[in-house]
Design a protein around this ligand. Structure first.
Ligand code: NAD
Ligand code: MG
Length: 415
């Protein structure tokens, strides 16, 4: 029986993790939860999973949560009631909860940074969904992992695919640890990308892209922020940086290929030119389950992959003009140090502004590029946690200032 702590339990990753826990009651027990603002759903989750502790990011909502639990009838009230805590300390407590064996990081954005570090420092294994944390703070996270011995198990489907392929190699032991150590014999990886909401749109048509268009993903059902990141292909760019830190690869070893069917979840090319791939329906439950069951595999009754039903698997090069965010991410990754933190924070803020309809879709890469350009003179190559937090704050502020300018005012020049 593995005890699980779920950060961001009300989101897409969080709810799918809880569904897995329900499906395998003899394997997993949910002992700790954190959530943002969705109290009705959180109460249902507490009723079903009876966690020992629950943290709310926004402390001011704690009395309302307490009241909702108190007002449940005796038969419906969880017994015992969980300990309720709030704020950053609360999130950190849940992330390092004594009784938890593995922490699923389903918080979106750099808000997951401190809880992730708390989990690592307490030696927990992590099912890493919250990629923004590793991207922004790789130079801080990787040394902490090495110190604490805690393991990063990738829940992102592409990185899970790579991780799964590497299990069958003589270097599996190395690949298991996922602490940024180069895996010998691993020549290249290919991250597959669906192409997102705009994969069939021309560059000219993107002038008309609305929030509704950008948040309708053809293959995956996910939170809003990552769905927009998939439309801009920033998600794949962030995943390139994520792969760099997880598998210790140089950026030249990481390629992106557009694969609209999302059946091959990524591929590894080995020293002898053999290519291994992991296939499955586009469903995040499998990579989450693998993090929780690793190194074992659990029997499921999930729909079997039927390639004759899929018919065609197709591949093409990503269009760098249509998806400038992808190149911005490669460039920030190559700069290293604090640059990926600036890129990530600028993207979070630009996407938030876009979702609030304050900027146009095409402004997103321009705002990100502006922040990265401006940061070039201030890059710190071996940043501390405080450096990362400071540049994250600076980058968001910079984007807010620039976003006030009207559409298309910011020139896109190339980093
Ligand atoms: P989501 O928006 O559906 O859920 C986010 C969760 O985080 C919610 O529980 C929300 O309450 C909580 N949250 C939001 N802001 C917070 C804050 N400031 N402090 C504390 N909690 C906060 O997002 P998601 O799609 O589940 O994505 C979560 C993470 O997983 C992201 O980093 C994303 O990139 C990654 N990921 C998601 C998928 C997917 O299929 N959804 C796939 C791969 C990776
Ligand atoms: Mg992914």
């Amino acid at each position: 029986m593995k005890a699980i702590s779920v950060l961001g339990s009300t989101g897409s990753i969080g709810t799918q993790t809880l569904e897995i826990a329900e499906e395998f009651p003899n394997q997993f027990k949910v002992v700790a939860l954190t959530a943002g603002r969705n109290l009705p759903l959180l109460v249902k989750q507490i009723q079903k999973h009876t966690p020992e502790v629950v943290a709310l990011a926004d402390e001011s909502l704690l009395p309302e949560l307490q009241e909702r639990l108190n007002s449940l009838s005796k038969e419906n009230r969880p017994n015992p009631l969980p300990e309720l805590i709030g704020g950053t300390d609360g999130l950190n407590t849940v992330a390092s909860w004594d009784h938890a064996d593995v922490v699923v990081t389903g918080i979106v954005g750099c808000a997951g940074l401190l809880p992730t570090l708390a989990a690592i420092k307490s030696g927990k294994d992590l099912a890493l969904a919250n990629k923004e944390t590793l991207i922004a703070a790789g130079p801080v996270v990787i040394p902490e992992l090495k110190r604490s011995g805690s393991r990063l198990l990738p829940a992102d489907s592409e990185h899970s695919a790579i991780f799964q392929c590497l299990q069958g190699t003589p270097w599996a032991e190395n690949a298991r640890l996922s602490t940024g150590t180069p895996t010998p014999g691993l020549r290249h990886i290919q991250l597959t990308a669906s192409g997102g909401a705009f994969r069939d749109w021309s560059i000219e048509e993107l002038e008309k892209a609305s929030v509704k268009d950008a948040t309708s993903h053809p293959n995956w059902s996910m939170g809003k922020k990552i769905t927009v990141d998939s439309a801009t292909l920033m998600n794949k760019g962030l995943e390139v940086i994520e792969a760099h830190y997880l598998f210790g690869l140089d950026y030249d070893q990481i390629e992106i290929v557009i694969h609209p069917q999302s059946i091959i979840h990524s591929m590894v090319e080995l020293a002898d030119s053999s290519v291994l791939a992991q296939l499955g329906w586009p469903d995040m439950k499998l990579p989450i389950l693998y993090c929780l069951s690793w190194p074992n595999r659990l029997e499921t009754s999930w729909r079997r992959l039927n390639l004759t039903e899929v018919g065609n698997l197709t591949f093409k090069q990503p269009d760098t003009l249509k998806y400038p965010c992808m190149e911005l991410a490669y460039s920030a990754g190559r700069f290293g140090g604090t640059m990926p933190a600036v890129l990530n924070a600028a993207n979070e803020e630009a996407v938030a502004q876009f979702l609030q309809e304050k900027i146009h879709y095409l402004d997103i890469p321009k705002l990100i590029e502006h922040a990265c350009e401006k940061h070039k003179v201030d890059i710190k190559s071996s940043p501390s946690l405080n450096d990362v937090i400071a540049v994250d704050k600076w980058s968001r502020k910079e984007v807010k200032i620039q976003a006030k300018k009207s559409k298309y005012q910011i020139p896109l020049s190339g980093l």
